[in-house]
Design a protein around this ligand. Structure first.
Ligand SMILES: Cc1cc2nc3c(=O)[nH]c(=O)nc-3n(C[C@H](O)[C@H](O)[C@H](O)COP(=O)(O)O)c2cc1C
Length: 203
């Protein structure tokens, strides 16, 4: 189900007013850790990935791919993750394993943002990582434009060998982000510091 498009959603039309809308949307972006509802449908997610792959990309390597995990697939992923963490950490108690297994269930839709970091590529590995990070942020902003809340997480889930194997990651592919998305009923509000503290002029 597609949600109403927020102010950020009109930025593609160009012109002064649209630029203001994009800027306001950027200022309003806040991560939301508590996400519920059905989550965006496939067409909406595809539209958001279309925006993601417009990220800056030196030598057009396209150092990214995205894996969607939703519905019952989240439950299968949670079970697999639990079993993997249990074998990796025999010292973990059941409560800890239960807590970890809840991670993929924290939102109706998860998008794994996979960085394809080829050591033999014509640009440094850090640029490939950064491109994938920029694509991930585009994804988050596109979700916001379509009215969806989200949060970028990594943590143990992103590194787990069984999760890597289930997502068919090659040795040079890495989970740069798990973008959790859905709706937040009690949004966090964040006061940002003044930009002057982060800007200097070299003379
Ligand atoms: C590369 C990266 C990894 C992150 N991993 C996690 C994570 O595993 N868990 C988490 O709670 N927040 C994580 N965050 C932070 C949240 O996405 C979020 O930025 C933070 O909670 C601050 O909220 P804000 O985005 O509203 O400023 C990560 C952020 C980045 C950029």
């Amino acid at each position: 189900m597609q949600q109403s498009v927020s102010v950020l959603g009109v930025f593609c039309v160009g012109g002064q007013v649209a630029v203001m809308d994009l800027y306001e949307g950027l200022l309003q972006r806040v991560s939301q850790p508590v996400l519920n509802g059905d989550g965006p449908d496939f067409d909406t997610l595809k539209a958001c990935i279309q925006a993601a792959i417009c990220a800056p990309d030196h030598r057009a390597l396209q150092p990214w791919r995205f894996v969607l995990v939703r519905d019952s697939a989240r439950i299968r992923l949670a079970e697999l993750y639990r079993a993997s963490q249990k074998s990796l950490h025999p010292e973990y108690r059941e409560a800890e394993l239960d807590r970890l297994a809840q991670q993929p269930l924290r939102a109706p839709v998860l998008v794994f943002s996979v960085a394809i970091v080829r050591p033999d590529a014509p640009v440094p590995e850090r640029e490939q990582w950064l491109s994938c990070g920029a694509a991930t942020q585009n994804l988050i902003l596109a979700l916001q434009a379509h009215g969806w809340d989200s949060i970028w997480r990594t943590g143990a889930l992103a590194e787990d060998p069984a999760v890597r194997s289930a997502l068919r990651l090659l040795a040079y592919e890495h989970v740069a982000a798990v973008v959790y998305t859905g709706h937040c009923s009690h949004p966090r509000r964040v006061e940002r510091p003044d930009a002057a503290g982060f800007l200097e002029e070299w003379l």
